[in-house]
Ligand binder design. Structure first.
Ligand SMILES: [Zn+2]
Length: 314
């Protein structure tokens, strides 16, 4: 039986020990000065999004050689395998890794090579979704073109980064071009911005929604009445890539009990459970499953099985 993770960031899932090893090799000072590498990367209790995002500066800084990228990809897939996953979708903003010694082709090759090694060893199928950074129009356009040029080395296209004030429509030409090439699109929406951002994502070709949990704001819970976008999501069973722990760490919801996932499931939304940033959120698939059980989702493993049928790897 296939179990899938659809939403997990490659630069948010390094093993802390691997990051430290790379830092030593490259004499990367910021990490060599910290007392405890696990505590340093664990941003579960940070007060601001900036503080949470700061951790990515240090992971992407080490994703700068073929060998490092290959190993990071391998270990991500290996960790997923160890949590019972056999379809793994990873996502990354590839331009972070391009430098004078590493072309965009090298970046994609190294990541795919790591995934291939894990597949040979464990049978896990992995694929890469490219993310454009939505605060930078040029970046989104470039990554859109990379997705088209290297279509055979990727499985999808997304935009990531700060959502508020950066609606998908800003990049509608890019989404249109990518969609015309038959590339699958998922878009981070309904996390830092509201329901309108979700409908905007749908209008720009999203087949799945990254997070999407704020669709709950389009529902009158007391009377079980769904608004226009919520109705569309349910009727078309558009998968929502829900990441509970991540939402709590970015202060969207106070705690797990206040997270809307259970209501979304009861209302008939197509919910998948995901890890988002395992390193910064100190989580993994098993932890997310345990949280689901704790808040009353009876058989969360079934959600992972269902996710497999919406994978872009199919
Ligand atoms: Zn994400």
């Amino acid at each position: 039986m296939y179990k899938a993770i659809l939403h997990d960031h490659l630069d948010g899932g390094l093993r802390a020990t691997t990051a430290l090893e790379f830092a030593k090799k490259a004499s990367y000072k910021p990490l060599l000065e910290v007392d405890d590498i696990n505590i340093f990367f664990d941003r579960s209790n940070c007060d601001s999004l900036e503080d949470y995002l700061e951790a990515f500066v240090h992971t992407t800084a080490l994703m700068n050689t073929y060998e490092n990228l290959e190993r990071i990809a391998f270990e991500a897939a290996e960790d997923m395998h160890n949590n019972g996953i056999n379809i793994y979708e990873s996502r990354y903003a590839p331009l972070y890794s391009v430098n004078s010694n590493l072309s965009i082709k090298n970046v994609l090759e190294s990541i795919n090579s790591g995934f291939k090694q894990a597949e040979q060893m464990y049978g896990i199928h992995s694929g890469l979704i490219l993310c454009g950074m939505r605060n930078d129009k040029k970046n989104v356009e470039k990554v859109g073109q990379i997705a088209i040029d290297y279509k055979d080395m990727i499985i999808g296209f997304d935009i990531a980064g700060v959502e508020l004030n950066f609606r998908p429509s800003l990049y509608k030409e890019t989404f249109k071009k990518v969609e015309d090439e038959g590339i699958n699109i998922t878009i981070h929406a309904g996390e830092g911005d509201n329901v309108e951002s979700i409908s905007d994502a749908l209008e720009n070709g999203a087949k799945r929604i990254g997070h999407g949990v704020r669709i709950i704001e389009d529902v009158d819970l007391e009377n079980k009445l769904l608004g226009k976008t919520a109705t569309y999501l349910v009727n078309n069973q558009i998968p929502l890539e829900v990441c509970i722990t991540s939402n709590i760490h970015t202060n969207m919801y106070e705690n797990e009990e206040k997270h809307p996932i259970l209501d979304l499931i009861k209302l008939g939304f197509n919910v998948s459970i995901n890890t988002d940033n395992r390193l910064m959120s100190n989580t993994d698939v098993n932890n997310e499953l345990n949280i689901c059980k704790k808040i009353g989702i009876e058989n969360p493993e079934e959600l992972l099985v269902k996710s497999a049928s919406y994978s872009f790897l199919n």
